[in-house]
Design a protein around this ligand. Structure first.
Ligand SMILES: Cc1cc2nc3c(=O)[nH]c(=O)nc-3n(C[C@H](O)[C@H](O)[C@H](O)COP(=O)(O)OP(=O)(O)OC[C@H]3O[C@@H](n4cnc5c(N)ncnc54)[C@H](O)[C@@H]3O)c2cc1C
Length: 434
């Protein structure tokens, strides 16, 4: 089997164009547009759609999707290389039609949606005419679906939903919510919950508050992660997404892609932080020499580069495996490994960059404090690190068998006895006895 780490020349031209476009047109928007998800913001509406049209004309729009859904279907390896560039700017994914959580939500709509659901929810979502929200985590716990309490009961032709959800990102901007709800509490856990499409303006959808990340300053109003109460929210039977009791399956379909796409963008984001760190090390002098001449600073730079490269290769190989097998279940543990590595690399590089910048690094005049918090986001959303480590360990251990002897298979005296058994006659001949 050939191993090839090169990008084909034609696609490299696309990447070079993207790199320049994101640098000059998109990165500055981080200072201009409050959030790319607020479609009521006139500044956002004036600037983003024309940029999106340029991307569409270059056939680089919604590259996570196959041609049947309006994307070019480049596959995950190319998507990884593109997402590295897009991850540098907050508005990057939206300008290229690959923003989370809409990407994951569109994937499950494409997979499980009826024709009517696709027409009503998926098509406008793919065109970024609307924004969506995934509402699963509950206030009493997100990492354990066994504690979910939000219930739906059938009343004639309608489902009536009651309960609370926590950290439903972008609900305040979304046209619809995809909500995971207990419908069949008597079934075994994995068959007890279902997914619903709930238009945000349905009576009874109450945003209790919008929570932000990190610490709140006077200037900040609200965050974008909603604490939502569903009070007798009625949706028609047709708004069930996927089979009744099939919520876990739908969630898994969504999360596989979502996790690896986050990782691709994180790779680019971390590279950007690293660039800042290197520039500072080469620019700041203390005690008569540049920071870059100090061995402990060199250690930080070397460690960061090595961790980033290992992470990037793991992401790219996982992307390659997804393209190869076309089945997320076969790469679940690879994705879990990526998910575990992601916050660690992100946090350590961002923390070192902060440290190397000194007081400036800790201030709000540099992005590092925000990046450190963001690294925690990557270790929590879509399942906390611990849960993914368990997944990796289980899969790895599945490939081993226990030793039924008191001493391990590789116990040295045992190995030595086996070697002597095999080659003892040679030793006998040459050395005249053991
Ligand atoms: C920025 C951000 C955006 C998010 N967006 C969304 C969204 O749009 N929609 C949505 O539904 N949810 C969203 N979430 C919620 C996310 O899915 C949950 O935070 C996650 O599932 C963990 O749930 P929890 O926060 O309730 O933590 P808990 O379930 O209370 O877990 C707390 C901690 O306990 C430890 N832990 C948990 N399980 C285990 C275990 N099995 N073994 C060992 N230790 C364990 C971990 O350290 C974990 O972080 C978002 C979270 C963040 C931070």
């Amino acid at each position: 089997m050939a191993w090839d780490f090169e990008t084909d020349a034609a696609f490299q031209q696309d990447l070079d164009w993207m790199d320049e476009f994101v640098r000059t047109e998109v990165e500055p928007l981080d200072f201009i547009i409050k959030t790319p998800y607020d479609l009521t913001d006139p500044v956002r509406q004036e600037i983003l759609p024309p940029l999106q049209r340029i991307v569409q004309e270059r056939n680089l729009w919604a590259c996570h999707l196959g041609p049947d859904l309006g994307g070019p279907g480049y596959g995950q390896v190319k998507l990884a290389l593109m997402n590295e560039i897009l991850g540098r700017a907050r508005c990057g994914p939206t300008v290229f039609g690959t923003q989370a959580p809409d990407t994951g939500n569109s994937e499950i709509l494409a997979h499980f949606g009826t024709e009517e659901q696709k027409e009503r929810f998926l098509q406008p979502l793919l065109r970024n005419e609307i924004v969506s929200c995934y509402s699963m985590t509950e206030p009493q716990g997100g990492a354990d679906p066994a504690v979910f309490q939000t219930r739906a009961e059938l009343d004639g032709d309608e489902w009536v939903i009651n309960g609370e959800k926590w950290f439903s990102s972008n609900a305040r901007y979304a046209s619809f919510l995809i909500v995971m709800v207990v419908t069949d509490p008597d079934n075994e856990l994995v068959k007890s919950q279902s997914m619903f499409l709930v238009p945000t303006d349905t009576p009874g959808v109450e945003i209790v508050r919008n929570v932000g990340l990190g610490y709140q300053t006077e200037a900040q109003d609200e965050g974008s992660h909603a604490y939502i109460r569903y009070n007798d929210v009625r949706v028609p039977k047709e708004n069930l997404l996927g089979p009744r009791g099939g919520g876990f399956g739908v969630a898994q379909t969504r999360l596989g892609g979502g996790r690896i796409h986050h990782a691709m963008r994180t790779s680019g984001r971390v590279q950007r932080i690293f660039d800042m760190m290197c520039e500072r090390a080469l620019s700041r002098t203390t005690k008569g020499e540049l920071l870059s001449r100090k061995q402990m600073v060199q250690e930080m730079i070397a460690d960061s580069w090595i961790e980033m490269e290992m992470f990037r290769l793991l992401v790219l190989r996982t992307a390659w495996k997804i393209d190869r097998y076309q089945d997320y279940r076969k790469v679940r543990h690879d994705i879990s490994a990526v998910k575990v590595a992601m916050p660690t690399v992100y946090r350590s590089v961002a923390s070192r960059a902060l440290q190397i910048h000194g007081s400036l690094g800790a201030s709000w005049e540099m992005p590092f404090a925000k990046e450190v918090i963001e690294s925690f986001h990557m270790g929590l959303a879509d399942g906390p690190t611990e849960v993914h480590k368990v997944q990796v360990a289980r899969r790895v251990l599945d490939q081993y068998v226990p030793c039924d002897d008191l001493f391990p298979t590789m116990h040295l005296p045992k190995r030595k006895a086996e070697a002597f058994e095999k080659y003892g006659d040679v030793l006998e001949r040459h050395l005249g006895g053991l």
